[in-house]
Each structure stands twice: as structure tokens, then as C-alpha cells.
Design a protein around this ligand. Structure first.
Ligand code: C2G
Length: 447
């Protein structure tokens, strides 16, 4: 019996896929089809897959060509499968010509003619409206954001707003978008959704105006510096059917989410302590060092670090205290302890003090270690007293990692989901609340 194997995502199964499966089947007597898992696709940069793995498997089965379906879950699996199933021929479409020649060592490799004029990408584009996104602010983060939108389907950066005419024009010319420096309302008229990436103290006003104009909002961190403002904005968005999301990039990345689900499944027992740290040395006349622009380590770095703690330990903390080293009115270093009824946690943040920048989640059975820079999570290890039980998890953190939040934001808009489990609005409000306590200098000691 001649066995053939082929692989694919088979998203929005179409004629091209069906032709390919028919041709592959005709090469032998028995066809095995490997369908990519959702996490494998995310890992190889396919962020826009519409059908989940179960739907895709069902669609492949319904063609009637597959004698067996397997799930492709890791790089290198093709070599394992070919040997495990004693495969004679590996077949794949001609768009992959030459890419799988390395499999010739294990079986015959056949590139089958690809059906021209049809692809999942095309079908996705046709079935999806394109949303026009406007960016408020044209600084460092906004510049990193634009290229990241290119890998997410259905979004087009259409306009940028900054009251500073010179800066906004330069940004618009660099990225080929419309520049607005005058009326904010005029800018809003031309877009469906807004990404707020302006200085901290302007987040509340811009977000509020955008929501009031009926626009969905993705707002950079720190979202706002008061719990009442955060709650007001989320309530408004909720009441008006709009998506409002805090751009806490790590919250949406695959590795960090897997860490959270593992910890919540009890792999390290009960969580008793979390230590999160982040330092980025800042010099010169940057916003981070300017007290009048809400600079300082806490406003800058607390959002991501508190996000990790609050997602793992919840919003019901009982006590918070802070220790800061101040320079020219801003904290260049802050350590905060966030205490829960049955757990402790701390964040160590610096813009003028260097720390390692790792994350350690300690439990009654083991701990999770994420090396620096933990907030760009692509690897973590679950460790135990008995080191032979340790397990390492590897992921990719693609590009600047903003694509994950962009994808989540547009997926919420398209699917009319108003609540995001990766960072709930009440978790985001709790983050704002702790930062507010700090800015009011509650339980704060200068060192
Ligand atoms: N295909 C085709 N004609 C098209 C579109 C796709 O013949 N118009 C073929 C592809 O060449 C591939 C199969 O259909 O052999 C599945 O395509 P995708 O779902 O796009 O999967 P792909 O991302 O190519 O993954 O490990 C996965 C493999 O690397 C293939």
C-alpha cells in the first residue's frame, strides 16, 4: 500500500484545497492529512486563521479524500510523522516548491500544481470589511505600531493625529497616512477605530472623545491614572456597544497566556508569591523623566507588571505599599508590595536603577520562571524541587509583539465581543487604582 501525506491549515476550505487533496490522494492508496493546530499557526505567524482546528478538521474530512487526519502541532513533526506512519510520498502545493526538499531523506517529495486565483487570504479579505484605524500620537510607540498592523488582516492605518504639525506631517509621510493636527473631531470622522498612543496625561480625554464619537479605542499604557476614570470609560464603552481595550501588549501574547492557563490549572499548586521586575535606563530630556508629564518608573512600567500579578492573583488585594528613589520629582526606582489574603507580590521598577527584569511565580508545588525581558515572553520554565520534572516552554514573540493586541482588538470588533478574557476591564481598573494610590503617595516611603 502506497501512503501519501500532506499538510495544511485549510482555513475557509476552498477549491484550491480540494484539488490539492484530490491530486495527493491520486498519488497513492492511502492519504493522511495533517491539519495545523491553532497554536502552531500562531507560532508561524498565521494570525488571521478564521476557522478553529476542529472546524478545519471537519472541513477536510467532508471532502472525502482523507483516510486519516492528524494534527500538526510542532516544527519538525513532518519528519516524525513520515517515519511513524511509514509514508511513501510527501505532497504539497507548488507554492512551497523547494521548501520541503529536506524531506527527501525520509520519503519521496512531490510538489503538486497549485490552483491559481484562489486562496484563504483572498477569501478572508473578501468576506471582511476593512476597518480604518486612526493613531493619536506620533512618537516612538506609534512608529513601532504601524508595521505591526500590516500582519493583521482587515485593518488599515488611515490617519494620524498630533497637534504638532511638523511631527505629524513627518509621521504621515513616513507611513503614507493622512495627517491631522487641527480639529480632533475631523480626524475622528475619517476613522472607525482609534489607537491612543499620546503622552500619558492625554489618554483620558482622547479616549473619551473617541468613544463619544462612536469609535472603538485601543489605548496605550498607562491607560489612565485613576480608577474612577478607567471605570467611567469602560462603562461608557459597554453601554454604547464599543470595544475599549488597554494595550498591555504582554497580556495578549501567546506564551504569557499559556503561562496563565498553566498556573491556573494548578501545575505549581497554590500561588503564594509573585515577583515581577522591569527596568529600562532613561537619559536625556525624555517624557519619562519629566514630572509634569507624569514621568517616572511607576507610571511607565507598573501597568505591565501589575497586569501579570492581577491576572494571576486577582483584583482583591488587601494592602499596597511603595518605596521610591526620587530624582527631580520623578521616581527613578519604585518597589511596590501588593498583598492578598493568602499571597504576596511585588514589582520592582527602574528607569534610573537597573534590575534583572524577570518574573517569578511561586507556588506550593513549584514555581514558574520567566527570564528577562519577561514582558516579551517567548520562553518560560516550570520548575520543581525534583528537577527531573522541570518543563521548558518555547514560543515565538513575533516582531515588536504589538500584533497580538491588534489582532485581539479587531477580533473583538468583528465578532462583537465586548469583554476580553485576556485582560478584563475590572482588571484594568484595578491596575489604574494601584497606580492612582502611588500618585497620591498613599503608603509611600522615599528611600
Ligand atoms: N493550495 C493549493 N492551491 C491554492 C491554495 C492552496 O494547491 N490556491 C494548497 C497549498 O499549496 C497546500 C494546501 O493547499 O499544499 C494547504 O494550503 P494552506 O491551508 O494554505 O496551508 P499552508 O499554510 O500552505 O501549510 O505545515 C503546513 C504546511 O506547511 C502547509
Amino acid at each position: 500500500m502506497k501512503k501519501v501525506i500532506t499538510y495544511g491549515t485549510y482555513d475557509l476550505l476552498h477549491e484550491g484545497h480540494i484539488n490539492l487533496l484530490r491530486r495527493a490522494k491520486a498519488l497513492g492508496d492511502y492519504l493522511i492529512v495533517g491539519v495545523t493546530s491553532d497554536s502552531f499557526d500562531r507560532g508561524r505567524g498565521k494570525l488571521n486563521v478564521r476557522n478553529n482546528v476542529l472546524e478545519r478538521v471537519e472541513a477536510v474530512k467532508a471532502t472525502g479524500y482523507a483516510d486519516e487526519v492528524v494534527i500538526e502541532d510542532y516544527l519538525g513533526q513532518k519528519i516524525d510523522d513520515i517515519q511513524k506512519y511509514d509514508v511513501d510520498i510527501f505532497a504539497i502545493g507548488s507554492d512551497w516548491e523547494g521548501k520541503f526538499d529536506y524531506l527527501n531523506e525520509f520519503c519521496q517529495v512531490v510538489y503538486l500544481p497549485r490552483t491559481e486565483g484562489i486562496s484563504s487570504t483572498m477569501l478572508r479579505a473578501e468576506s471582511q470589511e476593512t476597518y480604518r484605524l486612526g493613531i493619536v500620537g506620533s512618537g516612538r510607540i506609534a512608529k513601532r505600531f504601524v508595521p505591526e498592523t500590516k500582519v493583521v488582516n482587515g485593518v488599515e492605518v488611515a490617519a494620524v493625529y498630533n497637534p504638532n504639525k511638523e511631527r505629524v506631517s513627518a509621521f504621515a509621510a513616513d507611513f503614507g497616512v493622512e495627517a491631522h493636527s487641527g480639529s480632533f473631531q475631523d480626524f475622528l470622522k475619517g476613522v472607525d477605530a482609534v489607537y491612543v498612543a499620546s503622552p500619558h496625561l492625554s489618554h483620558y480625554d482622547y479616549t473619551k472623545q473617541a468613544l463619544e464619537a462612536g469609535k472603538h479605542v485601543l489605548c496605550e499604557i498607562p491607560f489612565v491614572l485613576s480608577a474612577a476614570q478607567a471605570k467611567e470609560l469602560y462603562d461608557y464603552a459597554d453601554a454604547h456597544g464599543l470595544v475599549l481595550m488597554e494595550a498591555s501588549k504582554t497580556a495578549y501574547c501567546p506564551a504569557f497566556n499559556h503561562l496563565v492557563t498553566l498556573v491556573k490549572s494548578g501545575v505549581i499548586g497554590d500561588v503564594i508569591d509573585i515577583k515581577a521586575s522591569l527596568s529600562k535606563m532613561v537619559e536625556g530630556s525624555l517624557r519619562e523623566l519629566d514630572a509634569s508629564q507624569a514621568g517616572g518608573a511607576m507610571n511607565e512600567h507598573a501597568p505591565l507588571n501589575l497586569m501579570a500579578i492581577i491576572r494571576l492573583l486577582g483584583t482583591d488585594y488587601t494592602k499596597v505599599d511603595f518605596y521610591s528613589k526620587m530624582e527631580n520629582g520623578v521616581d527613578v526606582y519604585t518597589k511596590a508590595n501588593i498583598i492578598y489574603p493568602h499571597a504576596t507580590s511585588s514589582i520592582t521598577l527602574g528607569i534610573g536603577v537597573k534590575t534583572e527584569g524577570n518574573l517569578v511565580v511561586s507556588g506550593t508545588r513549584g514555581y514558574v520562571y520567566v527570564p528577562a525581558p519577561w514582558w516579551l515572553t517567548d520562553f518560560f520554565e516550570v520548575r520543581y524541587e525534583d528537577q527531573s520534572k522541570n518543563k521548558k516552554y518555547f514560543y515565538s514573540y513575533d516582531g515588536d509583539g504589538l500584533r497580538y493586541e491588534i489582532q485581539e482588538f479587531f477580533s473583538m470588533i468583528v465578532n462583537k465581543r465586548r469583554s476580553c478574557y485576556k485582560l478584563k476591564s475590572r482588571e484594568s481598573v484595578a491596575i489604574a487604582e494601584i497606580i492612582e494610590k502611588y500618585n497620591k503617595k498613599e503608603n509611600c516611603v522615599e528611600i
